[in-house]
Design a binder for this molecule. Structure first.
Ligand SMILES: Nc1ncnc2c1ncn2[C@@H]1O[C@H](COP(=O)(O)OP(=O)(O)O)[C@@H](O)[C@H]1O
Ligand SMILES: [Mg+2]
Length: 246
C-alpha cells in the first residue's frame, strides 16, 4: 500500500522554488530517507507532507488523506518531529510525555501502557523524573521521539532527528526506528548523515528543490559505480550542475 504520495508537488517562496515538481511514493512499513545539502528543500517537503504548508502547485496524500482538503484528519494519523521539536526543559521526562498525551487527546486511562512502552524502548525509564533540560542531546532526541509517538501514529516524519547527536546515541536512535518498523509504521526521515541514509530502504537525493535520484542505496551506488553513498551523491550533484545553463 502506498502511504505517502506526492504528485508534482511544488512550493515557491516569491521567486525561489523551494520544492520543484516532486513526484514520490513511499510504501507502508518503509523507512525512506531524504538527503541533501542545506537549503535543498527537505524541511519544506516535510511541511508540505504534514499539512503545515499548502503547496503552490501539485498535490500530496498521506494515508490516502489529501494534505490540503483533509488536513485535520491527516494530522491524527501522523507524527512530525521538527528540527526544533518543542520539549519543555523545566518539565520532567514523564511530564513532557503527559503534556503531549494531553495535546493529542490520548485518554488518561489508556495512556499508562503506551507511556511505559515508550519509556521502555527509548531507554528513558530510569530517567523519567529527570528534567528534560538536564538530559544529554541524544536523550532529548529520544524524548522528542517518545512524545511524537504517544498517539500511535501510522506515519512518522522526522526532520534531521539526530543532528548534532553523538554516534552512539545516533545508533541507539536508529535501533528504535527499526523497532517501530516492526509495527508497520512508515518512516520518512531527513538526514545529513550518509551513514544513516545507508540504513534506509530507499533514499531520495534532493538538491535545489529537485529530487535528483531516488532508489535503494545499493542501486544508487552501483549506478554511479562507487562504494559509498557520499561519493554517489557528490557525483550526481556534479553531473546535474554540469548540465545547467550558465
Ligand atoms: N518560509 C520561507 N520563506 C522564504 N524562504 C523559505 C522559507 N522556508 C524555506 N525557505 C527557503 O527554501 C529553501 C529550502 O529550505 P528548506 O526546506 O529549509 O531546506 P533544507 O531543510 O533542505 O535545509 C531555502 O533556500 C530556504 O531559504
Ligand atoms: Mg531543514
Amino acid at each position: 500500500m502506498v502511504t505517502i504520495k506526492a504528485a508534482g508537488l511544488t512550493k515557491r517562496f516569491a521567486s525561489l522554488v523551494a520544492v520543484d515538481n516532486l513526484n514520490l511514493e513511499v510504501e507502508e512499513g518503509e523507512i525512506f530517507g531524504l538527503v541533501g545539502p542545506d537549503g535543498a528543500g527537505k524541511t519544506t517537503t516535510m511541511r508540505l507532507l504534514t499539512s503545515i504548508l499548502d503547496p503552490s502547485q501539485g498535490e500530496a496524500w498521506v494515508f490516502n488523506k489529501h494534505t490540503v482538503k483533509e488536513a485535520e484528519s491527516l494530522k491524527e494519523s501522523i507524527a512530525y518531529m521538527s528540527q526544533r521539536f518543542g520539549l519543555y526543559e523545566e518539565l520532567s521526562v514523564i511530564e513532557n510525555i503527559n503534556f503531549y498525551a494531553d495535546v493529542y487527546g490520548v485518554a488518561k486511562d489508556k495512556r499508562k501502557d503506551s507511556i511505559d512502552r515508550l519509556l521502555g524502548f527509548s531507554g528513558l525509564m530510569p530517567f523519567k523524573e529527570r528534567l528534560a533540560g538536564k538530559l544529554s542531546g541524544g536523550m532529548k532526541q529520544k524524548l522528542g521521539l517518545a512524545c511524537s509517538l504517544i498517539h500511535t501514529p501510522k506515519v512518522l516524519f522526522l526532520d534531521e532527528p539526530t543532528n548534532g547527536v553523538d554516534p552512539v546515541s545516533r545508533r541507539d536512535f536508529w535501533c528504535i526506528l527499526y523497532e517501530l518498523l516492526k509495527e508497520k509504521v512508515t518512516i520518512f526521515c531527513s538526514t545529513c548523515y550518509l551513514d544513516e541514509a545507508e540504513r534506509c530502504h530507499r533514499v531520495g537525493l534532493m538538491h535545489k528543490g529537485k529530487l535528483l535520484r531516488c532508489d535503494t542505496p545499493d542501486v544508487i551506488k552501483n549506478e554511479c559505480n562507487v562504494k559509498s553513498l557520499e561519493e554517489a551523491f557528490i557525483s550526481i550533484i556534479k553531473d546535474y550542475e554540469s548540465k545547467q545553463p550558465e
